[in-house]
Design a protein around this ligand. Sequence first.
Ligand code: FOL
Length: 218
Amino acid sequence: EMKPIPLTLIVAATPSHAIGRSSALPWRLPKEMAYFARVTKGEQPEQDGLNAVIMGRKSWEGIPERWRPLQGRINVVVSRQDTFDLGDAPHSHLASSLPSAVSLLSSIPSTPISPTPPKLNRTFLIGGAQLYSHGLTIPHPSYTADRILLTRLKTDFSDCDAFLPPVPSATKGEWKQASHKELCEWVGWEVPEGDRTEKDRTGGGDVVYEFQMWTRES
Ligand code: FOL
Protein backbone atom coordinates (compact mmCIF):
# COMPACT_ATOMS: atom_id res chain seq x y z
CA GLU A 1 0.00 0.00 0.00
CA MET A 2 1.31 3.40 -1.08
CA LYS A 3 0.48 6.64 0.72
CA PRO A 4 -1.66 8.78 -1.64
CA ILE A 5 0.15 11.90 -2.78
CA PRO A 6 -1.63 15.13 -1.87
CA LEU A 7 -2.81 17.26 -4.79
CA THR A 8 -3.49 20.98 -4.44
CA LEU A 9 -5.95 22.48 -6.90
CA ILE A 10 -5.18 26.07 -7.80
CA VAL A 11 -7.87 28.03 -9.63
CA ALA A 12 -9.35 31.47 -10.14
CA ALA A 13 -13.14 31.41 -10.52
CA THR A 14 -15.98 33.91 -10.86
CA PRO A 15 -19.20 33.92 -8.76
CA SER A 16 -20.79 31.64 -11.39
CA HIS A 17 -17.71 29.35 -11.19
CA ALA A 18 -16.44 30.35 -14.64
CA ILE A 19 -12.74 29.64 -15.16
CA GLY A 20 -12.13 29.84 -18.90
CA ARG A 21 -13.11 30.78 -22.41
CA SER A 22 -11.75 29.17 -25.62
CA SER A 23 -9.05 27.26 -23.65
CA ALA A 24 -7.71 30.50 -22.16
CA LEU A 25 -8.36 32.72 -19.17
CA PRO A 26 -11.24 35.22 -19.66
CA TRP A 27 -9.21 37.95 -17.92
CA ARG A 28 -5.64 39.19 -17.62
CA LEU A 29 -4.76 40.03 -14.02
CA PRO A 30 -0.94 40.27 -13.75
CA LYS A 31 -0.85 40.37 -9.93
CA GLU A 32 -3.19 37.41 -9.64
CA MET A 33 -1.04 35.57 -12.20
CA ALA A 34 2.09 36.48 -10.21
CA TYR A 35 0.44 34.86 -7.16
CA PHE A 36 -0.19 31.69 -9.21
CA ALA A 37 3.43 31.61 -10.40
CA ARG A 38 4.93 32.26 -6.93
CA VAL A 39 2.71 29.69 -5.20
CA THR A 40 3.23 26.94 -7.77
CA LYS A 41 7.02 27.47 -7.93
CA GLY A 42 7.07 27.33 -4.14
CA GLU A 43 9.25 29.14 -1.68
CA GLN A 44 9.07 27.22 1.53
CA PRO A 45 12.22 27.96 3.55
CA GLU A 46 12.94 24.22 3.73
CA GLN A 47 12.14 23.53 0.05
CA ASP A 48 14.77 21.44 -1.68
CA GLY A 49 13.14 19.93 -4.78
CA LEU A 50 10.92 21.14 -7.60
CA ASN A 51 7.15 21.48 -7.52
CA ALA A 52 5.04 19.89 -10.25
CA VAL A 53 2.02 21.18 -12.15
CA ILE A 54 -0.44 18.79 -13.79
CA MET A 55 -2.70 20.27 -16.45
CA GLY A 56 -5.08 19.19 -19.17
CA ARG A 57 -4.18 19.49 -22.85
CA LYS A 58 -6.47 22.48 -23.45
CA SER A 59 -4.96 24.33 -20.48
CA TRP A 60 -1.47 23.71 -21.91
CA GLU A 61 -2.66 25.15 -25.22
CA GLY A 62 -4.16 28.13 -23.39
CA ILE A 63 -0.82 29.12 -21.84
CA PRO A 64 0.95 31.62 -24.11
CA GLU A 65 3.72 29.77 -25.96
CA ARG A 66 6.48 31.93 -24.51
CA TRP A 67 5.48 30.84 -20.98
CA ARG A 68 5.42 27.11 -21.81
CA PRO A 69 6.53 25.00 -20.06
CA LEU A 70 5.89 26.90 -16.82
CA GLN A 71 9.45 27.55 -15.73
CA GLY A 72 10.87 26.30 -12.45
CA ARG A 73 8.21 23.57 -12.24
CA ILE A 74 7.88 20.02 -13.60
CA ASN A 75 5.05 20.20 -16.16
CA VAL A 76 2.80 17.19 -16.85
CA VAL A 77 0.18 17.48 -19.59
CA VAL A 78 -2.73 15.04 -19.67
CA SER A 79 -4.08 14.07 -23.08
CA ARG A 80 -5.77 10.98 -24.51
CA GLN A 81 -3.85 11.58 -27.76
CA ASP A 82 -0.68 9.58 -27.17
CA THR A 83 1.02 11.51 -29.97
CA PHE A 84 0.25 14.97 -28.61
CA ASP A 85 3.28 17.19 -29.28
CA LEU A 86 4.68 19.13 -26.33
CA GLY A 87 7.61 20.40 -28.37
CA ASP A 88 11.06 19.92 -26.85
CA ALA A 89 10.12 21.57 -23.57
CA PRO A 90 12.47 20.63 -20.71
CA HIS A 91 10.92 19.17 -17.55
CA SER A 92 7.73 18.41 -19.52
CA HIS A 93 5.93 15.12 -19.71
CA LEU A 94 2.84 13.68 -21.39
CA ALA A 95 0.44 11.39 -19.51
CA SER A 96 -2.80 9.74 -20.63
CA SER A 97 -4.79 10.24 -17.42
CA LEU A 98 -4.56 11.83 -13.98
CA PRO A 99 -3.49 8.57 -12.30
CA SER A 100 -0.79 8.15 -15.00
CA ALA A 101 0.38 11.73 -14.43
CA VAL A 102 0.74 11.06 -10.71
CA SER A 103 2.50 7.75 -11.28
CA LEU A 104 4.86 9.40 -13.79
CA LEU A 105 5.77 12.00 -11.15
CA SER A 106 6.63 9.32 -8.61
CA SER A 107 9.33 8.07 -10.98
CA ILE A 108 10.60 11.03 -13.00
CA PRO A 109 13.11 9.73 -15.50
CA SER A 110 16.59 11.23 -15.67
CA THR A 111 17.53 12.93 -18.95
CA PRO A 112 20.81 13.93 -20.61
CA ILE A 113 20.18 17.49 -19.28
CA SER A 114 19.35 16.37 -15.72
CA PRO A 115 21.27 13.13 -15.21
CA THR A 116 19.67 12.84 -11.77
CA PRO A 117 15.89 13.18 -11.53
CA PRO A 118 14.83 16.30 -9.62
CA LYS A 119 13.32 15.72 -6.18
CA LEU A 120 9.57 16.26 -6.25
CA ASN A 121 8.16 18.71 -3.71
CA ARG A 122 4.47 19.75 -4.00
CA THR A 123 2.07 18.78 -6.81
CA PHE A 124 -0.54 21.22 -8.14
CA LEU A 125 -3.50 20.49 -10.37
CA ILE A 126 -3.80 23.64 -12.47
CA GLY A 127 -6.83 22.79 -14.59
CA GLY A 128 -8.91 22.92 -16.50
CA ALA A 129 -12.51 21.98 -15.88
CA GLN A 130 -12.23 18.30 -16.85
CA LEU A 131 -9.14 17.67 -14.74
CA TYR A 132 -10.48 19.58 -11.70
CA SER A 133 -13.64 17.50 -11.97
CA HIS A 134 -11.68 14.23 -12.12
CA GLY A 135 -9.44 15.27 -9.25
CA LEU A 136 -12.34 16.27 -7.03
CA THR A 137 -14.78 13.47 -7.75
CA ILE A 138 -12.97 10.31 -8.76
CA PRO A 139 -11.21 8.66 -5.83
CA HIS A 140 -7.92 6.93 -6.61
CA PRO A 141 -5.48 5.16 -4.29
CA SER A 142 -2.47 7.06 -5.69
CA TYR A 143 -3.59 10.62 -4.95
CA THR A 144 -5.95 12.74 -2.86
CA ALA A 145 -7.10 16.25 -3.79
CA ASP A 146 -7.21 17.68 -0.28
CA ARG A 147 -6.56 21.40 -0.77
CA ILE A 148 -7.88 24.16 -3.04
CA LEU A 149 -6.15 27.51 -3.47
CA LEU A 150 -9.11 29.46 -4.77
CA THR A 151 -8.95 33.00 -6.03
CA ARG A 152 -12.54 34.04 -5.67
CA LEU A 153 -13.30 36.75 -8.26
CA LYS A 154 -16.26 38.93 -7.33
CA THR A 155 -16.96 39.95 -10.94
CA ASP A 156 -18.56 37.80 -13.63
CA PHE A 157 -17.35 37.45 -17.23
CA SER A 158 -19.56 36.71 -20.22
CA ASP A 159 -19.21 33.97 -22.83
CA CYS A 160 -17.23 31.63 -20.60
CA ASP A 161 -17.22 27.97 -21.63
CA ALA A 162 -15.33 26.29 -18.77
CA PHE A 163 -16.58 26.06 -15.21
CA LEU A 164 -15.28 24.73 -11.91
CA PRO A 165 -17.44 21.77 -10.88
CA PRO A 166 -19.42 22.36 -7.68
CA VAL A 167 -17.13 21.27 -4.87
CA PRO A 168 -18.50 17.96 -3.61
CA SER A 169 -19.37 17.96 0.08
CA ALA A 170 -21.08 14.62 0.60
CA THR A 171 -18.15 12.38 -0.33
CA LYS A 172 -14.79 12.11 1.40
CA GLY A 173 -15.26 14.75 4.06
CA GLU A 174 -16.41 18.34 4.17
CA TRP A 175 -14.47 21.21 2.68
CA LYS A 176 -13.62 23.96 5.16
CA GLN A 177 -12.18 27.37 4.49
CA ALA A 178 -8.80 27.78 6.18
CA SER A 179 -7.80 31.07 7.82
CA HIS A 180 -5.62 33.66 6.14
CA LYS A 181 -2.86 32.71 8.61
CA GLU A 182 -3.03 29.05 7.57
CA LEU A 183 -2.77 30.09 3.91
CA CYS A 184 0.35 32.17 4.66
CA GLU A 185 1.90 29.33 6.66
CA TRP A 186 1.24 26.84 3.88
CA VAL A 187 2.68 28.98 1.08
CA GLY A 188 5.54 30.26 3.27
CA TRP A 189 5.10 34.00 2.68
CA GLU A 190 2.72 36.87 3.44
CA VAL A 191 -0.29 36.62 1.11
CA PRO A 192 -2.40 39.82 0.79
CA GLU A 193 -5.53 39.49 2.95
CA GLY A 194 -9.10 40.42 2.03
CA ASP A 195 -10.47 41.99 -1.13
CA ARG A 196 -7.95 43.16 -3.76
CA THR A 197 -8.80 45.29 -6.77
CA GLU A 198 -6.91 44.87 -10.03
CA LYS A 199 -7.54 46.20 -13.53
CA ASP A 200 -8.34 43.56 -16.13
CA ARG A 201 -5.67 44.04 -18.82
CA THR A 202 -7.89 42.56 -21.56
CA GLY A 203 -9.59 45.93 -21.53
CA GLY A 204 -12.23 45.19 -18.94
CA GLY A 205 -12.79 47.19 -15.79
CA ASP A 206 -11.61 46.67 -12.24
CA VAL A 207 -11.88 43.17 -10.83
CA VAL A 208 -12.17 42.46 -7.10
CA TYR A 209 -10.87 39.15 -5.80
CA GLU A 210 -9.73 37.36 -2.66
CA PHE A 211 -7.08 34.66 -2.15
CA GLN A 212 -8.61 31.75 -0.24
CA MET A 213 -7.57 28.26 0.87
CA TRP A 214 -9.95 25.35 1.41
CA THR A 215 -9.01 21.95 2.82
CA ARG A 216 -10.69 18.65 3.54
CA GLU A 217 -9.87 15.62 5.62
CA SER A 218 -8.85 12.72 3.41
N1 FOL B 1 -4.97 29.76 -10.71
C1 FOL B 1 -5.03 31.07 -10.44
N2 FOL B 1 -5.17 31.47 -9.18
N3 FOL B 1 -4.92 31.97 -11.41
C2 FOL B 1 -4.74 31.61 -12.69
O1 FOL B 1 -4.64 32.48 -13.56
C3 FOL B 1 -4.67 30.24 -13.04
N4 FOL B 1 -4.48 29.83 -14.32
C4 FOL B 1 -4.42 28.52 -14.57
C5 FOL B 1 -4.56 27.63 -13.52
N5 FOL B 1 -4.76 28.02 -12.27
C6 FOL B 1 -4.80 29.33 -12.00
C7 FOL B 1 -4.20 28.02 -15.95
N6 FOL B 1 -3.87 29.02 -16.92
C8 FOL B 1 -0.16 30.88 -17.21
C9 FOL B 1 -1.15 31.14 -18.13
C10 FOL B 1 -2.38 30.52 -18.03
C11 FOL B 1 -2.64 29.62 -16.99
C12 FOL B 1 -1.65 29.38 -16.07
C13 FOL B 1 -0.42 30.01 -16.17
C14 FOL B 1 1.16 31.55 -17.31
O2 FOL B 1 1.50 32.12 -18.34
N7 FOL B 1 1.96 31.54 -16.23
C15 FOL B 1 3.32 32.06 -16.19
C16 FOL B 1 3.24 33.54 -16.12
C17 FOL B 1 3.89 34.25 -15.00
C18 FOL B 1 3.64 35.76 -14.98
O3 FOL B 1 3.03 36.31 -15.90
O4 FOL B 1 4.05 36.37 -14.00
C19 FOL B 1 4.00 31.36 -15.00
O5 FOL B 1 5.22 31.36 -14.97
O6 FOL B 1 3.31 30.79 -14.14
